[in-house]
Ligand binder design. Sequence first.
Ligand code: COA
Length: 259
Amino acid sequence: MSYETITAVVNDRIATITVNRPDKLNALNDRVIEELELAIDEARENPEVGGVILTGAGRAFVAGADISGLEKHGAVTAKALAQRGQQAFGRFETSPKPVIAAINGFALGGGCELAMACHIRIASEAAKFGQPEVKLGLVPGYGGTQRLPRLVGKGRALQLLLTGEMIDAQEAYRIGLVNRVVAADQLIPAATTMMQTILANGPLALAHCIETVNAGYDQSLDDAMTLEATAFGLLAATNDKAEGTRAFLEKRAPKFQGA
Ligand code: COA
């Protein structure tokens, strides 16, 4: 499919989706949101795709919702706008195929929220993060008040949400907002290498890890453990398990003999 505001290419089982409005620092207008949802759904459905890397063109990952489009909204349409974005970002979070955000620059507002909807975040040293919505008299609308405290804890999340200040990649790493920080020219290679490591594992095992973490996260430990046991039982009856265990034992059999 061809897009106006993003690009999507598939190479060696990895779909790379790039937000591509560099002159507007990849700000999210209706079209970008729509195309991001189309692209992640296309990747989810394409049997040739094992995982997704999401990044931005130019000096931003995404510098937030398109501020120029905000003025026209009142209470009702702004709520619908937030829910529309939440729905699109949810397609990344619930993707059964792993999604790595490769954060090349500004990840502000909706950009930070989009990165948080991905499963893993790798940041370039040039990346900057923040939820500056309060500076516009707003709250985040695409999940920032919910995913940020879940990732970094309530106190740190509230600091970012209430000050609206930007933090650099090292600070984002320190507070657990990103998994890794790498030199700018190593960003896509690092994301690709991590994705290749992930894709060496069985696709059903990956999908069930993602689903079990997502579904269990907000449940009681007892209920979530039952979900995990059910997934474990299901996986035990799949080719992923048969293949994975066979390959593992073949490689390391002597060590496990007699165990
Ligand atoms: N919405 C719409 N346009 C945006 C944008 C956004 N969120 N963020 C940046 N842009 C546009 C600018 O208007 C400018 O366009 P122009 O060249 O046509 O005037 C272009 O992107 C470059 O931005 P500029 O502000 O000139 O770059 P900078 O390096 O001086 O500053 C930022 C970079 C990210 C600090 C600054 O652009 C900014 O604060 N953006 C808004 C971030 C934000 O509040 N996001 C949350 C929105 S809810």
